[in-house]
Design a protein around this ligand. Structure first.
Ligand code: PMP
Length: 454
């Protein structure tokens, strides 16, 4: 069905050579997007798509959300920019509002322009504060593409053959589905925060084994003391991987015992996306020393932040930190209006739980769906050759289902180290009807694939 966007002009088809910043891991036939409204996108031919990827969890409250657009327009007429050595009301108001969402002692805010920049800054602060150099991340994670954060990122698809990652180490991702430890007990309920919390407290051998891997990294790779541990509360690019209960809690303890600080990368999971909590780390019963954020912070307007403790900030205050655009008045006004938007966390919880429940039924129906996991509107569907082997569904098969889903009008994402996980992270304004539309489309795409290949 062709749906017409409100003011779609005549657009010539794209001819000749254009520079396209195409995401390397996706072979989605290039869409030429013209316009967005809330959970919808229109291409230049007037085709409408339900956007369940939202620029990778970035359009948090909806494309061109009227209230956010109004806040931006108002600020654009008042003040675009001034050096942020001055205070101005959007900055003042926003930082107060943001700080109020975080527990003590996370009250000092540094504003940046992207997630990579936020993680770069967090790494620098951790090293200065602790006097240590080594940093540990989880294998399969993505924390940025800048020269420093490329070292934190542990996925070869995003690495270049240049020197990077000095002092950066990875520990095994505690993936209870595809990793060596876990198993069927770890996926009894698809709607759990943490995969294997059905096991009695303290009896999780999978967690112990993954923590054992971390201890090996301490013993074999870390010089003596550690500067920081970075992890997302639920992996994003890595494929919505959730960790065994207590994994983050135990890790934070071990890292702190070795002099390090713990950093929660909330670039994807923050701002209510996980449904049950505003911040993903709150689902793990931990308080990080630093929280980094971006993407959904400003509904797609370039912005990022590091929030930390007064103590760490004091160590950092020994030098001069300057960032021309960080805390830009328009960005702050937009981010402020995002925080004002009511009900998004509830939508994440309600529609997300519904999606997870229905997708889990599809998992039981289709041999090629290995795992359905996530929380709220941070969802992963891991595709496999077959349930017994849990081997990744090959890229060509993933693409076929992905393209078919797109051709039926729904945009989803792909992730995981082998590109084997479909990712669903829509704007937090989607409805149950949208979820039903997606479920019907996805079911049809899987049915088509199975008919053609089995
Ligand atoms: N951290 C995470 C968890 C991310 O998903 C990303 C982006 N995919 C980044 C950091 C880097 O953010 P940016 O692209 O804004 O630099």
């Amino acid at each position: 069905v062709k749906h017409t966007a409100p003011d779609l002009p005549e657009m010539p088809p794209c001819k000749g050579s254009v520079y396209i910043n195409k995401v390397g891991v996706s072979n989605l036939e290039q869409l030429y997007i013209h316009q967005g409204h809330m959970q919808w996108l229109w291409d230049v031919d007037g085709r409408r798509y339900l956007d369940l990827f939202a620029g990778v969890a970035t359009v948090s409250v909806g494309h061109c959300h009227p209230k956010v657009t109004e806040a931006a327009e108002k600020q654009l007429r008042k003040l675009w920019h001034t050096t942020n050595i001055y205070v101005y009301s959007p900055l003042h108001e926003y930082t107060e509002k943001l700080a109020a969402t975080l527990p003590d002692p996370l009250k000092v805010i540094y504003l940046t322009n992207s997630g990579s920049e936020a993680n770069d800054l967090a790494m620098l602060m951790a090293r200065l504060h602790t006097g240590n150099f080594d940093v540990i991340t989880l294998r399969g994670s993505y924390h940025g593409g800048s020269p420093l954060t490329m070292g934190l990122t542990s996925n070869a698809a995003y690495k270049y053959p240049v020197a990077s990652g000095l002092g950066c180490h990875n520990t095994m991702c505690p993936d209870v589905f595809a990793g060596p430890w876990g198993g069927s007990n770890c996926r009894d309920s698809p709607v759990q925060t943490i995969r294997d919390c059905s096991c009695p407290q303290g009896s999780c051998t999978a967690n112990d084994k993954y923590i054992g891997q971390l201890n090996e990294v301490f013993a074999t790779s870390v010089a003596s003391r550690i500067a920081a541990f970075f992890a997302e509360p639920i992996m994003g690019v890595g494929g919505a991987v959730q960790y065994p209960k207590n994994f983050l809690k135990d890790t934070y303890k071990l890292v702190r015992e070795r002099g390090g600080v713990c950093i929660a990368d909330e670039v994807q999971t923050g701002f209510g996306r996980t449904g049950s909590h505003f911040w993903g780390f709150q689902g793990h019963d931990v308080i990080p020393d630093m929280v980094t954020m971006a993407k959904g912070i400003a509904n797609g307007f370039p912005m990022g932040a590091v929030v930390t403790t007064p103590e760490i900030a004091a160590s950092f205050a020994k030098g001069v930190h300057f960032n021309t655009f960080g805390g830009n008045p328009v960005a702050c006004a937009i981010a402020s209006s995002v925080l004002d938007e009511d009900g998004t966390q509830q939508i994440s919880h309600d529609v997300g739980t519904y999606l997870l429940t229905e997708l889990a039924k599809m998992r039981d129906k289709y041999e090629i769906i290995g795992d359905v996991r996530g929380k709220g509107l941070q969802i992963g569907v891991e595709m496999v050759k077959d349930k017994a082997s849990r081997k990744p569904l090959p890229p060509a098969a993933m693409s076929e289902i992905f393209e078919d889903t797109k051709d039926m009008g729904v945009l989803i994402g792909k992730g995981g180290v082998y590109g084997q996980t479909f990712r669903i992270k829509p704007p937090m304004c989607i409805t149950r009807d949208d979820a039903d539309f997606f479920l019907a489309v996805f079911n049809q795409a899987l049915h088509n694939y199975m008919e053609d290949h089995h």
